[in-house]
Design a protein. Structure first.
Length: 182
């Protein structure tokens, strides 16, 4: 009969350095680390704030709201949509090494694609969503003005050609104001 051995390893990520000592990363206590200002990607907090704002706007407009998660199950992809029969789709967005503006654009486009918004309503929703994410007077994602925001991306299989039927999704009138809906 063999005896099982238990080997305990202390995770250095969860271990604080002794007072006055440097962390194993070589940075001193209180110095900027991976979550500091020089980190390249969107944080989990920024991702959740983005999703909350975009979902709130979509609900106000009577649109279907997908489930959001991060990261996608498939490595190497920026975003995925998993369609589920009778249940809301699941949108997975990579955020780790991507700029916040890219993550925000993916969240906005997810609502457009899930609701199969026609070009006009999609444009209105995008405009309202960017305004909700960056209210007037607030700093933009990169310090650039709103004209430098990412351009809308193609909707792929949900595009409608001129003359084709448009989406049956409800209008975003309540989110955008009745005066903006023609």
């Amino acid at each position: 009969m063999s005896s099982a051995r238990l080997h305990v390893v202390q995770n250095p990520i969860h271990r604080s350095p002794a007072p006055g000592r440097r962390a194993e990363s070589g940075r001193g206590v209180g110095e900027a680390g991976p979550a500091g200002p020089e980190r390249p990607g969107a944080s989990a907090t920024e991702f959740s704030e983005t999703v909350r704002n975009v979902v709130s706007l979509a609900r106000k407009g009577g649109l279907e709201v997908p489930v959001f998660r991060s990261p996608p199950r498939h490595p190497g992809v920026d975003r995925t949509i998993r369609w589920r029969n009778g249940r809301p789709p699941v949108v997975a967005i990579a955020r780790g090494e991507r700029p916040l503006a890219a993550v925000q654009a993916d969240a906005i486009e997810a609502i457009v694609v899930v609701n199969r918004l026609d070009e006009r309503r999609a444009g209105r929703f995008r405009h309202a969503a960017w305004a909700a994410l960056h209210p007037a007077g607030s700093p933009s994602v990169s310090g650039a003005d709103s004209a430098d925001r990412p351009a809308p991306v193609a909707l792929g299989r949900h595009d409608t050609a001129p003359g084709e039927a448009t989406s049956d999704a409800p209008p975003v009138a309540s989110a955008l104001g009745a005066d903006q809906v023609a």
